[in-house]
Design a protein around this ligand. Sequence first.
Ligand code: DC
Length: 219
Amino acid sequence: MKKIDVITIDGPSASGKGSLAKKISSQFDLDILDSGALYRLYAYFTDLKLDNDEIKQKISEEIKFELKNMNIEIIYKSKNISNDIRTEDIAKLASKLSSKEEVRQTLFSTQRNFYSSKGLVADGRDMGTVVFKDARLKIFLTASTKVRAKRRYLELQNRGQEVNMPDLIADIEKRDFNDSSRHLSPLFPADDAHVVDSSNMSAEEVFLHVKKLIEKEYY
Ligand code: DC
C-alpha cells in the first residue's frame, strides 16, 4: 500500500464525519484532525472574553487532544472540556465566528500543523477546498436534515443534554445556511470530492464504502 498523506472529510453538521474520521484513523493508523472542535474551542474562549491573540496561544499551547475509546477528548488545564464545547450554544457561536477572516486565518495554520509524516484524516467544512486542497482523496459526506437532526438528538441525549427535535432541526437548518452561504470558505464539495449521501446508510456501510475508495486510491 502507498503512503497515505491526507484524507479530507467535509460535510454539514451531524452528517457522520466525526465517526467516519475516527474509524479511518484507527483502521489506517493516521493522525486525526477534528477542525470543528477548533472552531468550537475558539467560541468557548470567546465566551470567556479572551481576544484573538490569547485564544491562538491557548489553542496552540494549552490544549491537548487525546483519542480515548474512539472519542477525541479535549483537555484544558487537566480538565476534559469535550462536553463543554459540544453544546448547541457553542456550536451556534462557532458557526457565527467561523465567517470572520481573523478567526479562519488564526485556525488555518493550527490545522495545517496537524499534518505529520504519519498521515492525516481531517474532518470539517473546508478541508478539501481550502486547508488541504492538494489532498489526493476527498470525501463530502452528507445526509438529509431529518436524518442528521435525529443523529444529533441521540448524540446529545447520550451526553445527558436536554434537546427537542423541532429546535434541533431549526438549528441545523440555520447552521447549514450560515456555513454554506458565508463569503469565506463556504461549505461545498471540492470538484474532485467523492460525494456520499448517508441518509440511508449505517455508519458501518459508510465506512466500508469509503474504505474501498481509500484502497482504490492507495493500493
Ligand atoms: O463540525 P462542528 O459542528 O463541530 O463545527 C462547528 C462549527 O465550526 C460549524 O458550524 C462551522 C465551523 N467550522 C468551519 O467553519 N470550518 C471547519 N473546517 C469546521 C467547522
